[in-house]
Design a protein around this ligand. Sequence first.
Ligand code: ZN
Length: 198
Amino acid sequence: MWVILFFFGAALGSFLNVIAVRYDPDSFLLSRRVVGGRSHCPFCRRHLRWFELIPVVSFLIQRGRCRTCGHGLSIQYLVVEVLTGAIFVVVPLYLRTHFFLLFSTFSPALFAIQAALWIAVFVALLLLALVDIRLMLIPDEINVFLGAAGLIALFAAPPIHSVTQGSFLRSYWERSSPRRSSARSSRSRGGNGWGLAT
Ligand SMILES: [Zn+2]
């Protein structure tokens, strides 16, 4: 199960690489120009065969080199694939470990929504970082997405939550009201913005 999740994430990671490398600020983040077209070697421009597109595995087997021209490929491809795979495993594991009671009391559907949401948020942050590193800018599309995800997290939280505990917006709230002792105690518990009522 976890292995499948990891490779699913890693496959998405190789897609993130494509977006991050091809993105240009003048077109929409997920436009056909950015997303479309088959993957090719950035040096000899040969289209990649299916067995060269297996995330993580292909890179390791080919020792990070193109099969045709032998040119070394950026380690970014491997790192991003592994990181995205890890996000897909760590986020559900974290939620399950820390909020087990919550989900067994309330609903598995809520668990799925929260897990998917937080995976999407971390994946978006990773993409944001990649584009930022390459172009020193942050695409508006990602900012809008993160804002929307914050709102969804707020409303998809279990009913026992107060407004400030529903999403990652909480950390801003805490900073703006340092006298709230509950804020401090929840942070020391390692709260991720989604803890049980304090
Ligand atoms: Zn090549």
